[in-house]
Write a protein that binds this ligand. Sequence first.
Ligand SMILES: Cc1ncc(COP(=O)(O)O)c(C=O)c1O
Length: 372
Amino acid sequence: MHLLLPGPTPIPEAVQKALIGAMSDHRGTDFGRVQAQVLDGLSTLFKTPSAQHVALMPSSGTGGLEAAVQNLFGPGDTVLVVEGGLFGQRFGEIAQAHQLQVDRLQIPWGQAFSTQAILDRVRSASYQGVLVTHNETSTGVLNPVEDLADQLQQLDRSPLLVVDSISGVPSIPLTVDHGIDTIIAASQKGFMCPPGLALAALSQRARETVLQNRPGRFYFDFRPYLMGRLPYTPAISLWYGLHAALALLFEEGAESRLQRHIRLRNMVRAFAQAGGFPPLVDDAAASPTVTALRVPADVNPHDLRRRLVAQGLQIAGGVGAWHDQVIRIGHVGAVDVGDLWAGLGLLAPHMPHPNQALAAAAAAMDKSGGDN
Ligand SMILES: Cc1ncc(COP(=O)(O)O)c(C=O)c1O
């Protein structure tokens, strides 16, 4: 089965082997070595001040978002949530569920946020936090989070910048040293592992905020994790898998990894435009890891996906308002040009102009160069 989903994503063989290794005592020396190396690796990847600025916990990504809200804020705190899609909306719902005062900045689906619009809101109120989505998986939009971080740092009193990068990092590099207070990620996308681990990478001031005494957290309390302790039985196999995945990530390097994903995105966009399933997002905001395509009125995207599964290809459907008009192609994590080419070959016959689609994808593949 070819997997072109925006998560879960294909798992490299070295990671698969690590995942099915013998079980080990999580208080023993072998696991202790892996634990230290994983936390050091994550600290290097996210450029945190130290390994004690990373919390890695058993949960899917949503648990990571909820944990960040619980650990950084308390009831009555006011946050600005930037909502440009399903996952931005959910971040707001989580904050609301924890009794934060939530102000929302709505961005039309398919568009990136404007840093200026966020700054205007931040200047007009007193926020403890700004909650944004780096890569909005529901629409395939990449938001200019680093630009926002640069601008927020110019303010006299800047709120904590908390970023959902669950479908962004590490395929799209984003680091704490860039003025971001918390980056939340999950194992099943760019980390090339199965679902089940969520992580938060923290700045110094975010760590200090977490360490303050505040009620309302127990299982997802970051504090023991930030002291290097594992208070409950960790997802041992997933830690071993992530250990192997980090070795692959460092071998490839952040810049080559980003260029590989950009190349995949360019292939998908050229293919889709020429084939008659136009991308919904403009070039400037197009995500390197997921692309949403509009299908023609006479194509039922749900039937199409069912037929593709029978032919050996899994892609994602549209969500929310885009449920019945859209398909999404994931090109995140351990996907190379060959994997993508094979998947597009299965999709092309279902498009209005299959030959043009494949010719455009081939041209985009050649144009991007490289040997990925
Ligand atoms: C941007 C973003 N945020 C949050 C989530 C939710 O993560 P999970 O399904 O792992 O809980 C996802 C999952 O696709 C996502 O892409």
